[in-house]
Design a protein around this ligand. Sequence first.
Ligand code: SAM
Length: 251
Amino acid sequence: MNNNKESNVSNDINYNICGFKSGLEELGISLSDKQMKQFIVYYELLIEWNSFMNLTAITDFDQVIKKHFLDSLSLVKAYDLSKGIKVIDIGTGAGFPGIPLKIAFPHLEVTLLDSLNKRVKFLNEVKERLAITNLETLHGRAEDFAKPEKFREKYDLCVSRAVANLSTLSELCLPYVKIGGRFISYKSEKIKEESIAAKKAIGILGGEVEKQVEFTFSDEELYRNLFVIKKIKSTPKKYPRKAGLPGKEPL
Ligand code: SAM
């Protein structure tokens, strides 16, 4: 992997981080050596734990950099992350996009939520090994955590990638967002029909479509459509409905 270009070393392995650096440059993000090292340790933990549990189908270093790390960070194209806001990542899986965002923007107060306990155990290990503070992990269904006062309408920003269609996701995510806050869904090209189908749900749940931000990295390998919904009024108490229903019967 090392071809004498700029590299970073962890556990005696050299990683070529040139692709990562140029991707970061395109996003206008600069990382310290400590943050770069955190990303590499995160990569190594991902590969190690992936050997005995299902975390990701992507394992090649350059591909993980692009399709997980840089993709997660592409959020900066749609939202200003310079302030110390509260962020929740719904259905975070192995930590995407929440962990890359927390590493690159350590002042964020991040909560990672997933219904699969073994993935939450992995996230706790990452948190400990990277010595990350102000990072909360929650094991359970998004439908259930959205009910208690402690979590309801408490976040400036809710993000989610590869979890459900936009109608279902709006019911899972908008209850967490403060009025005036945003829910941003990481989507692909095929958003048009999905967004039309979700229009009613977004309105019922107190949201309003604000914008869509499309972004392609210069090598054209990665395209992202960030769908931004603004919370304009409180979500009615009956939402989200009981666990499973938002997926089975989208609003
Ligand atoms: N966001 C990550 C990513 O982009 O790599 C993981 C995507 S994975 C396809 C979907 C994740 O959402 C799984 O880890 C699953 O356990 C979680 N999930 C699905 N429905 C959920 C729900 N209702 N509440 C909490 N987590 C959920």
